[in-house]
Ligand binder design. Structure first.
Ligand SMILES: [Ca+2]
Length: 158
């Protein structure tokens, strides 16, 4: 009888642990919206003309995690298509700590902003190679390694 109770208890404890483990690891964050801006103007999926090296380029995205936005560990804009010689290489980290152009720390909005020549450099483009289409997949990972959906955005430069 005691043996049965012990086994029964062990099963319950194991199930409880598994349920908690599941709760802690399988909930993925969500990428809600993403945008590319030049000098504060929304250029998402649009075309900009006559780029200058000192134009401010911003990549911004909003993420949400059911376990709290503080559990989001890494947010990136992965460069998936461009005309530069190092296509597919660039990965730009987005920040939610009040730096790199982020307005409010910890609000789920992640940002990277810099001069356009710097942003292009992070993507592996020389300045004389920036004409054409530039595409990003924007997503995040939470502290358990769960990946959000990807939002694809592009900007054409002419
Ligand atoms: Ca923020």
């Amino acid at each position: 009888m005691i043996k049965h109770i012990t086994v029964f208890t062990l099963i319950i404890v194991t199930l409880f642990a598994l349920a908690n483990c599941k709760k802690g690891t399988l909930v993925s964050p969500t990428a809600i919206t993403a945008a590319i801006m030049i000098n504060g103007n929304d250029m998402t999926n649009g075309t900009m003309s006559g780029p200058n090296q000192n134009d401010r380029m911003t990549i911004r995205a909003e993420f949400s995690d059911p376990q709290g936005n503080h559990t989001i560990r890494t947010a990136v804009a992965s460069y998936t298509h461009g005309h530069g010689m190092m296509n597919h290489m660039g990965q730009i980290t987005l920040w939610d700590d009040g730096t790199h152009g982020d307005h409010i720390p910890g609000d789920g909005w992640f940002t990277m902003e810099d001069d356009m020549i710097q942003m292009m450099s992070m993507m592996g483009n020389n300045w004389n190679q920036i004409m054409g289409s530039h595409e990003f997949e924007i997503y995040c990972l939470d502290e358990d390694g769960n990946e959000s959906n990807h939002i694809t955005v592009h900007m054409d430069i002419q």
